[in-house]
Design a protein around this ligand. Sequence first.
Ligand code: ZN
Length: 506
Amino acid sequence: MARKDLFAVLAAFAVFLFLAATAPRAQVNTTAITIVGGELADGTGAALRRANVRIVNDRIVGAGQDVKPLAGDTVIDATGLVVAPGFIDIHNHSANELASEPAASSQVAQGITTVVLGPDGSSPWPIGEYLDERRKSPASVNVAVMVGHATVRRLVMRDDYKRTATDAELARMTALVEQGMREGAVGLSSGLEYEVGGYADTRELVELAKAAARFHGVYMSHIRDEADKSFEALREAIAIGEQARIPVQISHIKLGTVGVWHKAADVVALIENARKRGVDVSADCYPYNAWSSTITVLVPDKRYDYPPSVEKALADVGGAQNVLIVRHAAHPDYEFKTLEAVARTRGVTPVEQFIQIVKDGGAGVVCTSMVDDDIRAFYQQPWVMVGSDGGIGVRHPRGAGTFPKVLGRYVRDLHWLTLPEAIRKMTSMPAERLQLRDRGRVAAGTIADLVLLDPSTVVDRSTFSEPTALPIGIEKVFVAGELVWDSGNSVASSQKRPGRVMATPN
Ligand SMILES: [Zn+2]
């Protein structure tokens, strides 16, 4: 609570400094834009209201009906559009791609203005070096980064990671997490369903989470199981938060197997109970009933060449027809075919085909294994935000469609949630979660990261066969007052690189 007050004071002070610094030279070097006639969704969840928004350089200086353009302002007519804070994607896999594709078109076209990188336990390293590179060659979007648990585990244990860590190794990992946090990471991420992180015991995670907590970070986890053992895995994540006294963010919350379908109410009850005890648990959710990962994730006991385990794994997701192969280096001709279709063509059983694919180096798969009523129940919780688990070039439609899909299909078509609430889940919620200052709200003094969208047309167009198709209805996107996406003129806007680095204040 005290920290929140401190931020309010710091924010007010920042506005003061800004005004003091810009006032004397307001005549020179000033760009002013006034967006007029739009409906404002200010990010807090408050009802839409008619408001003009005035931007001077990188900041919003006013938002309201009485805000008028001054002489010399660029005026943008937003009649019929909703003006919202830029979307903050709390789970984004673009860490490597930002260097080669800094325009990040597939991200800004969704309204994303900030990407949080390094989720699922895997992050760039060293954190400081990565952030310096982003400062030297900025992207169109802002970046924040997590310290990856598996990344530091691998640095310490190298190839000998298939066991619990010794005290000495844990001490070295702790030092690395501290280093990453000191260098600007906003938290610790783990991916406990994956190869390296999965061998860690709870004690290891508690100790490392404590290190992140000392720097006011969050603990963000792809939990140990998203299938039959979902509840145990959730309890572990909650216990880590409780013992390390750190906010917990459950990544891409889901019920991903036949045995736990339709149990969202039980998940909600478990998390609500923890919240009542004072554990600060929240989650993010992507709007798709299919996940994408490596094919081995299907087999929780990791016995990838043991037919009974593989058989159960395929049954758990409703059969091999629900497993779409999207990447398989050894046989690119399998890509975009289901495991069942490939097996049938080759005259083997799906179990045999699965084992062969793992032997041949594994594959990326998209697996249809969730049900919509669970997704709806999650999105209707006030502590669940929108996150893509996508990123530049991700071979899943969520990589290019997440935010417009929620706005078009779940808000406009299905009425699962209101537009202001959906926008809150994309803006102020993730901003507060990660203590990203001056972001996530439209108010005087905040940074001008803004989205202008058409609520009557906004929708995703990416599909499993065409995962990079861009959405429609996101009309204009500003980052720090610079236009980075203009549906009418994407070429001109894609030259701008105003994205900044965001680090937790220590
Ligand atoms: Zn994940």
